[in-house]
Design a protein around this ligand. Structure first.
Ligand code: ADP
Length: 454
């Protein structure tokens, strides 16, 4: 089918009946696509200008609860509306659904028509604008790791999420034979996303049974976050269409490797790689060293945005390729930050802290803010670490629990300055709520440990 990548083509395809449905979506705090399915005729005639959603969509949790304590939204203020304003630049086909296109929206205040400050897209756009004011453009790539399971989501849910059976029987890292067996799911994921305008590079097996990785070509930061959200959605949906389950839970079993989302970052000026200096060590420009120094210094402050749930912290274990330290290293996978593409125009920093459950808009925004701070303050980059970073006693730890990350977020003068108090308070409340919900639960582990023996 031809591809509606702009409004004019979409209108033409609606006229011929090739497109009958438009998914009009915002991205919520958890990074999910939320919105409505429009009849395409209605969308191209009127709703392309705006539609509306309940404002609790940006003050809820994974279960769609209505927690108290958010300044923006409450029972007292009556849960009003937000405007969803389609960004027509993001129009694309959804080739895995018949006759369907998709558009992403910015979320605006109903009365002022200004961006809602705690909307993930608005948070990222603000940091991109700050970077532009300094004369730079950020290009990013977020890797998507996830697990595929033999059974369907419904079967797994009905079975209480027990006895989970990964789709393959052994570690499939780079394994072509094993991943051939999964092509029934992975090939449509790659090809449909590619046809939807998401520049897929490749997929590969990862270092655990049933674990996959999808790589998307690096792109301007906002596009990168849009691609990530759409790809994550497609992975879940196409797996579901095939009768299987995909999960982005960072740690679904204590004895299995976790899933991450590494974030590759570089800055550009007038189309030139601003991180590259051919005469400098590693080809790393002074600008890049300041950016990285900011990333490293403020990593504890922003870890919450790379690991937003209780489960996210179960991934940070020694000897698993998941980092525990805020240090950098050249091509060493045990450090929180890895310099990649040394001595080339592709020189970049990869942050390895984030879990597969991160919201790409928020993760990129806070890392850009940290990099900008590093540039503004001309922070000096400590020498690279070498060897097994897990055993480096001098290296700073990233927060080990959601509780610790929440306090670092709440008290971060840097984040309050960069994102605004309103945004920090909003996400601090979200983090607190997540912990409160967990603390209410009596887990299987406690019962098995103490039932007889306590
Ligand atoms: P690896 O060997 O770690 O898989 P790749 O070469 O496949 O590394 O690249 C990993 C990711 O880094 C890809 O998504 C790629 O598009 C991205 N990438 C490459 N160059 C840059 C760059 N200059 N800035 C940001 N990301 C980049």
């Amino acid at each position: 089918m031809t591809k509606p990548r702009d409004f004019e083509t979409l209108k033409a395809m609606v006229k011929t009946g090739e497109i009958d449905t438009v998914l009009v979506c915002m991205v919520d705090m958890q990074g999910r696509l939320m919105g409505k399915r429009f009849h395409a005729v209605n969308f191209v005639e009127t709703s392309f200008k705006e539609t509306h959603c309940c404002n609790y969509l940006l003050a809820t949790d994974l279960e769609m609860a209505t927690p108290e304590g958010f300044a923006s939204t409450s029972w007292q203020s009556g849960y009003g509306d937000y405007i969803m304003a389609p960004d027509l630049r993001t129009i694309r086909p959804v080739p895995w659904l018949e006759g369907t296109a998709l558009v992403l929206c910015d979320v605006l205040d109903h009365h002022t028509h200004q961006p809602v400050p705690h909307s993930p897209r608005a948070i990222l756009k603000k940091q991109i604008a700050r970077l532009e004011a300094l004369g730079f453009e950020a290009k990013m790539a977020t890797e998507l790791e996830f697990f595929l399971f033999a059974n369907s989501l419904d079967e797994i849910r009905e079975n209480g999420f027990r006895d989970l059976k990964p789709i393959s029987g052994y570690n499939e890292d780079y394994n072509i034979f094993q991943t051939t067996k999964e092509e029934g799911i992975m090939r449509p994921i790659r090809n449909h996303l590619f046809d939807a305008g998401v520049p897929i590079e490749n997929s590969k097996g990862e270092a655990e049974a049933g674990q996959e990785e999808l790589n998307i070509r690096y792109s301007p930061a906002l596009d990168c976050a849009d691609y990530h959200s759409i790809a994550k959605h497609a992975i879940k949906e196409i797996s579901w269409q095939n009768g299987h389950a995909a999960t982005f839970l960072p740690k679904w079993h204590k004895d299995r490797v976790g899933s991450s989302s590494h974030v590759h970052q570089s800055l550009w000026k007038n189309g030139e790689a601003a991180f590259y200096d051919k005469d400098a060590k590693h080809g790393m420009s002074q600008l890049m060293s300041h950016y990285m120094a900011g990333l490293i210094k403020y990593a504890p402050d922003y870890t919450y945005f790379l690991a937003p749930y209780v489960n996210s912290y179960k991934r940070f274990a020694k000897g698993t390729f998941a980092p525990t330290k805020t240090v950098w290293s050249v091509d060493n996978r045990t450090a929180g930050f890895r310099l990649c593409g040394e001595d080339s125009k592709g020189v970049r920093v990869e942050c390895r802290i984030g879990g597969s459950d991160l919201n790409p808009y928020l993760a990129q925004a806070v890392m850009l803010a940290a990099g900008i701070k590093g540039i503004e303050d001309a922070l000096e980059l400590a020498p690279a670490t070498t060897g097994d970073v897990y055993e480096d006693a001098k290296a700073a730890d990233i927060p080990q629990t959601l509780r610790d990350a929440t306090e670092l977020l709440r008290n971060s003068a840097f984040l309050r300055d960069a994102l605004g108090d309103e945004v920090v308070d909003h996400y601090t409340r979200s983090a607190e709520w997540e912990q409160e919900e967990f603390d209410r639960v009596v887990t299987d582990w406690e019962i098995a440990r103490g039932f007889e023996k306590a």
